[in-house]
Ligand binder design. Structure first.
Ligand SMILES: Nc1ncnc2c1ncn2[C@@H]1O[C@H](COP(=O)(O)OP(=O)(O)O)[C@@H](O)[C@H]1O
Ligand SMILES: [Mg+2]
Length: 221
């Protein structure tokens, strides 16, 4: 379960504090999915960064599986993030010099959790996103949709409790966006995993299921 309780966030700017999120609360049950929509600048990426423990809220609490990641020291928080959260970004953020397979394995290497089975899991995930025949391709040798499917596989490698995606289909045509969204939903729907997707596309939000709208840092009812 993901519990977001009265999160606010402001940034210090030369002209004083800038309020970006204002009293945002919601709960996502285990296995739940949520799309977040809202105009540019409404605070969507900031909210996702806080859910992903990359950014600390100014006030309010986040609990994932009953644990408050911000109560931990930064090193503990990084370990928590690595273990519990998978990210998919708008730009795939694959490493250009690594093959699809090696890109999917990166989170395990980054956390020193390379187990004997990890490459098998990476192969299986790439197979499930339809890239079983592209394991040795470099990102430049893949289409935009294929790169995002690699990014989806990478996000799932360490079996996170929560998958966060910030406009994961923002660079894709509608048809490819639907495929990538369906794969994200399918893979994130196992083991009680939760999924939060920021999107501008109604069609993507419909595929996720539940939708909440952010407006000027406030989550609309
Ligand atoms: N590190 C930061 N410092 C100052 N302002 C920021 C920072 N990050 C985001 N903002 C501001 O917060 C607002 C919301 O940004 P963001 O969460 O990226 O919106 P969205 O993803 O909905 O487009 C914007 O006005 C942006 O300029
Ligand atoms: Mg954004």
């Amino acid at each position: 379960m993901l519990e977001v309780d009265r999160i606010s966030k402001s940034f210090a700017t030369p002209s004083g504090p800038l309020s970006v999120l204002d009293d945002v609360s919601f709960v996502l049950a285990a296995g739940g999915r949520l799309a977040i929509m809202g105009p540019s600048g409404s605070g969507k990426s900031t909210l996702l960064s806080i859910l992903g423990t990359l950014e600390e809220p100014t006030s309010g609490t986040v609990r994932l599986g009953g644990l408050d990641p911000f109560a931990a020291l930064p090193a503990g928080r990084a370990a928590f993030r690595n273990r519990q959260i998978g990210f998919v970004f708008q730009e795939h953020q694959l490493l250009g010099s690594l093959t699809a397979l090696d890109n999917v394995v990166v989170p395990a290497i980054a956390s020193g959790r390379v187990t004997p089975g990890i490459e098998t899991r990476a192969r299986e995930l790439l197979d499930r996103v339809g890239l079983g025949s592209r394991l040795g391709h470099l990102p430049a040798e893949l289409s935009g949709g294929e790169r995002q499917r690699v990014a989806v596989a990478r996000a799932l490698l360490l079996e996170p409790r929560l998958v966060l995606a910030d406009e994961p289909t923002g660079q894709l045509d509608a048809r490819t966006a639907a495929t990538v969204t369906d794969l994200l939903v399918e893979l994130a729907s196992e083991s009680g995993r939760m999924l939060v997707v920021v999107t501008h596309a109604d069609a993507v939000a419909r595929r996720i299921g539940a939708v909440r709208h952010l407006s000027d840092g406030r989550l609309l009812p």
